[in-house]
Design a protein around this ligand. Structure first.
Ligand SMILES: [Zn+2]
Ligand SMILES: [Zn+2]
Length: 208
C-alpha cells in the first residue's frame, strides 16, 4: 500500500519546465540555475524537478526607452500578451501537463489603453513576472543578480496560489524589487502553511 501511495505522490508533485527566451548562450545555464535556487525556498515536496526544455529565439515586438535613462538608449522588448500566447503554443504542442516557465533577460512589456478626454492613450509598463497555474514568464531585465532568484521564487509562489503581501514580509511582497530587506528571506509562516497544506491535500486525496 505504502509504495503505491509514495509513487502517486511523486507523480502529483509539480515540475517546472524552463524555456529560456533570447539572451546569450553563456547565461542559459545560469537562468536554469536561478530556477533551481528559487526552488530551494519551497518545502522540498513542492517541486519534483526542474526540466530544461530549450531555447526560444523571438524577434522583439517593440522598442522601448526608459524614462529615467539619461543615455536615452533603446531596448528591444517583448509584449507580455504575445509571449504568453507563444508559450501556450509550446505547451500545447508538447502536451505538457506541468508549468512551463519562460525566462528571459529581455524586457517584457504590458500595454494598456485607457480613455482620456475622448482619445485613447497608451501606457506601457515593465513586467517582471506573470505566472499562472499553467504558464509563466519572468523577465530579468535590469534585475540584479541576487534578485533574480527572488523574482523567480515569487512567480513560482503565484503558481502555487500564493498572493501578494502589501508589506515587505517575504518573497511575496508586491514591491519585491524595491527592497532588499524582507522580514523573511523566503516564505513566511502563512505562505509556508499554504504550501504545506497543498502538499497534504494531494497526499490526502491519494489516500482516499
Ligand atoms: Zn507578483
Ligand atoms: Zn508570506
Amino acid at each position: 500500500m505504502i509504495s503505491i501511495f509514495l509513487h502517486s505522490l511523486v507523480l502529483t508533485m509539480h515540475s517546472v519546465n524552463v524555456l529560456t527566451i533570447n539572451g546569450e548562450f553563456e547565461n542559459e545555464v545560469d537562468l536554469v540555475r536561478v530556477v533551481e535556487d528559487a526552488k530551494s525556498h519551497f518545502p522540498s515536496e513542492t517541486w519534483a524537478e526542474i526540466r530544461y526544455l530549450g531555447k526560444l529565439r523571438l524577434e522583439h515586438d517593440i522598442k522601448i526607452a526608459l524614462s529615467k535613462d539619461t543615455h536615452k538608449r533603446s531596448f528591444g522588448a517583448l509584449l507580455s500578451e504575445k509571449l504568453i500566447k507563444r508559450i501556450n503554443k509550446v505547451k500545447d504542442s508538447d502536451g505538457l501537463m506541468s508549468l512551463i516557465l519562460g525566462v528571459t533577460p529581455d524586457p517584457i512589456v504590458a500595454m494598456h489603453y485607457f480613455l482620456d478626454g475622448g482619445s485613447f492613450k497608451r501606457v506601457l509598463y515593465l513586467v517582471h513576472d506573470y505566472v499562472t497555474e499553467k504558464v509563466g514568464i519572468v523577465s530579468l531585465f535590469r534585475v540584479r543578480e541576487n534578485d533574480s532568484t527572488r523574482v523567480v521564487a515569487h512567480g513560482l509562489g503565484h503558481n502555487r496560489g500564493l498572493r501578494h503581501h502589501m508589506k515587505p514580509i517575504d518573497l511575496m511582497y508586491s514591491e519585491l524589487l524595491k527592497t532588499s530587506m524582507l522580514q523573511v528571506e523566503g516564505f513566511c509562516k502563512v505562505c509556508r502553511n499554504k504550501l504545506e497544506s497543498d502538499i497534504n491535500e494531494v497526499a490526502r486525496k491519494l489516500e482516499e
